[in-house]
Ligand binder design. Sequence first.
Ligand SMILES: [Cu+2]
Length: 217
Amino acid sequence: MRPTPSINGTPLKYSRTSFVLLSASALMVLCFGASSSTPRPLAPANVAGKVMAGAAGLANAVVYLEGVPGTFPAPTQRAILNQKDKNFTPHVLAVQKGTTVELLNSDDFLHNTFSDSKAKTFNLNQPVKDSRSLLKTDQAGVVEVRCHIHGSMQAWLIVLDNPFFAVTDAKGIFHINGVPPGTYKMKAWSETHGTLTQEVKVVEKDGATVLLKFAGK
Ligand SMILES: [Cu+2]
């Protein structure tokens, strides 16, 4: 025999009307409950950190996040890779894929700038001062840039899939701002130390503080 529903021994009686009312209010709770629990978009936060090689800060490392959801249009502003006094400036240039890089000759003699890298191959003659050539970055990857005339000239162009990257300063410090909260793979690339991968959890408001440490010096 099934027990009769009761509260403190008093049997519960259901009328058809109360059942309908109960059902209607349950439905309202469901509907309104569902709409108020729809997650609001989390506010972007900032990631700060340091790249170290052994005990020292590592300059010119490119730090970037992988797998950030969303679509990120390429910036319309050009990035500049300058040649001055037989040096490329900056030595390490990181850009989002789709960015146009302007190769500029600020010396009053010939540079013949080239790359045989998988992510970008080019060969540009820049005969006189203020020669400018435009390079469209269409593939993510590491592009080593050299000069046929001056063997010591070398630069690194790092092309990345999203705008969440930074190049470390002289002390190894970096800042990546406006990151959607989430857990991502963070990578650090260095011409001397290779690539390091670390998981980073970016939380709303507090962002994240990261230490990326290569072995050695
Ligand atoms: Cu040159």
